[in-house]
Each structure stands twice: as structure tokens, then as C-alpha cells.
Design a protein around this ligand. Sequence first.
Ligand SMILES: Cc1ncc(COP(=O)(O)O)c(C=O)c1O
Length: 416
Amino acid sequence: MAERLQLPQQGVAWPQLKQSMLDMADGDVAWRDGKAAVYVFHSGDEVMQVAHDAYSMFIAENGLGPGAFPSLRQMEKDVVNMALSLQQAPAEGAGSMTSGGSESILLAIKACRDHVLSQRSVDGTPEILAPYSVHPAFDKGAHMMGLKVVRVPCGADFKADVEAMAAAVNNNTVMLVGSAPCFPYGLIDPIGDLSELALANNLWLHVDACVGGYLNPFMQAVLDEPLEPYNFSIPGVSSMSLDLHKYGYAAKGASTVLYRHKDLYRAQAFHFTDWPCGHMYTPTFAGTRPGGAIAAAWAVLNYLGREGYEQRAAQINSARCTLIEGCEGLGLQIYGQPKLSIVAFGWPHGDILAVGEGLYEAGWFSSRVTQPDGIQYMISPEHHKTMPNYLNVLEKYVNEVKQGARTRRQGDVSYS
Ligand SMILES: Cc1ncc(COP(=O)(O)O)c(C=O)c1O
């Protein structure tokens, strides 16, 4: 057995460590060259510098202690209020900053479970009813908190099939979910119809806008056609998750979870007294909360402002149009009619996953979809510069597969 690595006896000088880290990063995806269509949301070096500096300023501060750090309390309050305004929440709306989309979703599940079950009983395991396309964070949360997710197949348009979901509602159903947009296809579910279903059955409706929360409000200004409504302007929406570390362009470790009313928000918190230190209150799952992530999000939101976000939405839109046009020119098929930042595409006459393998081997990272098979591309603003390169590489591998020079090597390839 190889010997396990030990902590060095003596510390190593920083310049040497820095070089080691740069060497390790050599093998990482070249996201600055536009090769990451997942994981990284590159919106330019200036924004990154702001996030970096703001993070460094508050790197030691802890959001667990708002009394000790009124600065962080104020920044979180500002971020949450800006988010509530962007999502047209009523005056009674409330929310928190969290560590990411998964934590935001998990907290909404906890709040829903505790709020709904304080008002009525269920026959068996409480159920979350969701379209097949929702993010696995719902399954993770259900697994951890004693609920069950019932995934209902999407319609032919790749969106939630609300009629089929209505047929699946039963006494155990406590939560309905829709995405705005969903991760696999980048499409907004019919939130208005889900809202009617929720109101008619007295159900909690969560809208997962982890991808779209800080994109949709600005995309609307760029698009020629109206975007489907998806936020608190729809009366049945109870809670929303919106990631700052995606299209908010903040440092990683930042999301927001929002509620239509303070009463729903209250069910999210955890209170405990039965230990030697008295009352412990945490509004989110974390104890210690990184001051840097809160500060960086606050700084980037204010640095960019509405205009900065709209400029980036325009860059994403231009890259999306280039991508769709390029794919169609290669005989590829776009899944649904994506208007935002995610485009999924397949190939009716060839093996798209073999093409995806080629891209992956050449260092171009993206996700994939399986129903039907396809490549999923999540566009960052900076991709408007590199999309032509991507399309050239895509064409190369489409041709290789067409000519029989490349076949899929792995049955169940995962390239993310
Ligand atoms: C729609 C959607 N919801 C939730 C998540 C989970 O977010 P995170 O990875 O920040 O936990 C993602 C991540 O990609 C997502 O796309």
C-alpha cells in the first residue's frame, strides 16, 4: 500500500507552494479560453477582480455572528432585498443567503415540510412532485429529510407536463416544483399552470431559478419576445432558489433562497437550547458562514448594476444565437426552444455522444443529456468571443463521426 501523505514537518515557503499549485492547475480545463460550458461563469476579469478583492477583505469574518459583524448582516440584507425586488416578491417576502443552489433547495424543502406538516397531516411519506428535469438537489434533500420525490415525465416540449403532474397529486403531496430554467434543457416550466395546481390543492410551489434568478430579469430586456413569467408575480409561488455564484457572477459559495412571506421563511431556521451554551439559532444549514462569499456577492451586484447585467445578458444572447445557428448548420437538433443561457442539442442522424467524447478529449467541457441523448452547453458571457472556435471543433468531430473515423468508446460516458 502506498504510504499516506503526511503534513510536512516544516512549513513550505509560499512562492514554492504557489508554483506547485500553478503546476497542479495546468491540467485543469482552460476556462479562460472558453472551454468550460459548465462549472465556471466567466463574465470578464474586472468582475472577477471585484469579487476577489471583496472576498479577501472579509476572508476571516463569519456570517454566523451578525452581532459581531453588522457589516455582513447589512450586506446579506441588501443582497436578499435586491433579490426579492428582482423577483417581484410582496412586501412580506423574506430570505437568506446560502452556500449554493443545493443548500437553497434543501432549505426550501425543510421550510415546506415543517410549515405544511404544522398545518395538516399526510397519510405516508411526504412527497415532492416534480418534472423529470429538476435538479437532483431535490432528491438529495428528500433523502436527507424523510420525504420522497415523485418525478413526472416532461411533455414533448421538454417542459413540465402539468396535466400529468395534476394526476399524480395525492394526500402525501406537500410540494410542487418547477424550474426557471431547468438545467438539462434550459427551458422555463409553465409556472403559471403549476401555480394554479398549487393553489387549487393548497400545495407549496418552489421555483428553482438557480440558473435563471440573476439572468432572467436582464434577459427580458435583450430578447425580442417576452419571457414566460416565473417568479413571485405568480400568486402560487411560495419559494425560490437563485444562485449568485452562477449568473450573479459572484464568488463560489453564494446563493439566495426566498419566500413569499416571513411565516414561510421562519420554518427554515433551526433553534436549539439543550446544551451548555444556551440558545443557538442558525437561519441556514451552515454554522460558520464565509464572510468572503457574502461580501463578494454584495460587491459584484453593486459593481455591475442593472446595466452591467443587461450587457452580459446581451453577450449570452449573441453566443446563444451563434450556437443555435451553428448547430442547425451541422444538421444537429436543438431540444425545445431555449431563450436563455442553456442549449441542449442532439443529432438525429448520428451518435452525438461520440461527438461529445471527442470534444471532451480535446479539453472542451460540457454536460450531456440522455433523454434523448445530447450535449448540453451552459453559456457564459465571455463565450461570445469563443463560440466560433467551439463550433469549429464541434464540426470537426461531427465530421469524424459521420465518416466513421470516430465511434463512442464508453457505453455510459460522463464528461462532466
Ligand atoms: C437548476 C439548478 N438547480 C440547482 C442546482 C444546484 O446548485 P449548486 O451546484 O450551486 O448546489 C443547479 C446546479 O447546476 C442547477 O442548475
